[in-house]
Design a protein around this ligand. Sequence first.
Ligand SMILES: Nc1ncnc2c1ncn2[C@@H]1O[C@H](COP(=O)(O)OP(=O)(O)OP(=O)(O)O)[C@@H](O)[C@H]1O
Ligand SMILES: [Mg+2]
Length: 281
Amino acid sequence: MPAKVVSVVMQKGGVGKSTITFNLGYNLSRSHRVLLLDTDGQYQLTKLAAAERTAEATLAKAYELPDSDLRDFIQPTKFREEGSGPFPRLGIVPSEWNVNDVDSAVLTWRHTRLDPQRTLDKLLKRSREVLEWYDVVLVDTPPALNNLTANSLMASDYVLLPIQMSDDFSVDNLMHPLALIGEVVKETGGRLKPLGFIQNMHDHRLLITRAVRADLERYSEETGIPILEPAIPDSTVVQQANKLKEPIAAYDHRSAPGRALSQLTQLIAREIGLDGGARGN
Ligand SMILES: Nc1ncnc2c1ncn2[C@@H]1O[C@H](COP(=O)(O)OP(=O)(O)OP(=O)(O)O)[C@@H](O)[C@H]1O
Ligand SMILES: [Mg+2]
């Protein structure tokens, strides 16, 4: 079965997209083969995964070249190095460029190709060996609803929507990603499925967290998109682990965010049908 493709999308900056992508990827790679794609020119995911960055092996390059195959762009991370498969068990296609450059690379594509928003989808379909070998492809996206994010959604089976629970939140902010998702669902004949909202930086003592939760519940009811449990607490453990470029499960798996991420990983694995047993290298 080809890899399931999961995008992490929210146009608001700093809600935890890269942190969540990295930690879900690491946790899933215990039992499955995981490929991370960094589509953000600020390359936070690339930094967290401590991947080598070379100008030649970036996702932007793979986007640019009409006959590219992802197998030439996958870099190892410093995690899960064991094994002898054709690809790293937790691999990454890094980002390097300034986000505007990458986005304009896709825009340039728009003038020369039909279907500019299917660049990633086509790239993945061309990369048959990669898609067959990996169980899941996790795509981190920039804090914008630009061509890169549209490309990620058009290539995805699922989308996760992180929400910052400790910040003033307006439901209006959700209308734009949900409108784009709605368009992509139509465009892809229902292939894309929103898996749910991830409650990040949750602090139950805060009035603001409770207010956001109430808004989110209303929105979840209206849209049918579930709120995934448990919430990931607002915690210095996350900041420390990120600073050290360590997965939270390796830094402190007993911590509250460590446990929450572990439970979320299991829930998401079940939802996307990764239950079918562990995969060796
Ligand atoms: N649960 C949490 N508790 C505390 N800090 C957190 C938590 N999740 C993320 N952070 C911190 O918030 C900041 C933003 O996280 P991250 O880079 O993952 O967000 P992002 O949505 O990818 O941002 P951008 O939109 O800029 O790409 C980082 O400094 C990270 O360490
Ligand atoms: Mg990010």
